[in-house]
Design a protein around this ligand. Sequence first.
Ligand code: PLP
Length: 395
Amino acid sequence: MAGLAPNARSRRIEESATLAITAKAAAMKQRGADVVSLGAGEPDFPTPPPIARAGVRAIEQGRTRYTAAPGVPELRAAGADWLRATFGLDHGKDEVMVCAGAKAALHMALDAVVEPGDRVLILAPYWVSYPALVTMADGEPVIVPPVPERGFVHDAAAVRDAARRHGARGLILNYPNNPSGAVPERHELQAIVDVARDLDLWLLSDEIYGTLLYDGATHVSPAVLPGGRERTMVVSGFTKSHTMTGWRTSFLAAPRAVIDACCRIQSQVLGNPCTISQEAMLEACRTPLPEDQATRMRAFGERRRFLCDALAGIRGLSLRPPRGAFYALVDARELCAARGIDDVQVAEQLLERHQLAVVPGSAFAIPGFVRLSYAASMDDLRKAVDRLRAFAEAR
Ligand SMILES: Cc1ncc(COP(=O)(O)O)c(C=O)c1O
């Protein structure tokens, strides 16, 4: 049928590389292979029971109908309180919208501010969906090359140069970073906010890992820094910290005019975020569960330490300890050079020959690296390290 065909924009959208690897690993598992999958960024803990029970209660008590497009008013207010208590944000309830996952919040935000053809800076390594989300908003993604030698935190001068050179209108930030685990110091982030203020850029700050920190690292939102609040859209929530991956919930916080625009868009494309999930999210905001959080962070901390120590002993690979999130971005450039292969081939060979699924750095615009998720059991991580070692030592 000649009349029905995907348009040019949708043809430019690639499938998420992480989901593709995870699907391939799952298919191999189904065929009986003993695959260790460190591809996806999904914690292996359950959703905390009090939060899950709030969702069950909503169903049992019949709260299963439409809600207001930006979320129920109690949740918007609870979200504003949670964002204030957790990150020091100063947004009223009308400046917070509930969305169906961080991905949807990023999409609404970009749809609300990007004009056709606007250039949007994305700092590499970046989470795989940003370029596609910018493209879908009719913007043009501009990738700023990675700076592994600076611990993956860009120098503000390089950001200024790139913004000037490309005439950028906006900049996407993601700290703690997926895939590098980078967390900038306050002054480093302030320098980037200063660039945004000088060049009148908007900022989209993806802070979905904002509470997952190690070694005394502190998360600072650009929205709390001088010059930040009025130009920043913050995306955050419980997806990663509370394993609410399947509930599809998030918050978007921004100045009122942008939130109002996002509400209008959400009302047309989604209607409202899932009513049942909103009840669970309200419980997550109101009941902090510090013991559950401490248990998770202890487990992530132990896994992170294990990987850092183990990788230090494998020739051709190295790892700079991540300061946040739950990913290890392993530098395989030496191994790639010695073998004459690239990171995509490393990932392919690891999966096909050693049944270990990792994501090639090229997917995040950092070739020569591979990303391992340590949101996985210690058993899986031990197996993964044995397989990495076998791969590195194989001739
Ligand atoms: C940096 C980053 N932002 C957003 C998301 C998407 O989160 P959600 O599942 O809430 O849409 C992910 C998921 O991996 C992520 O790593």
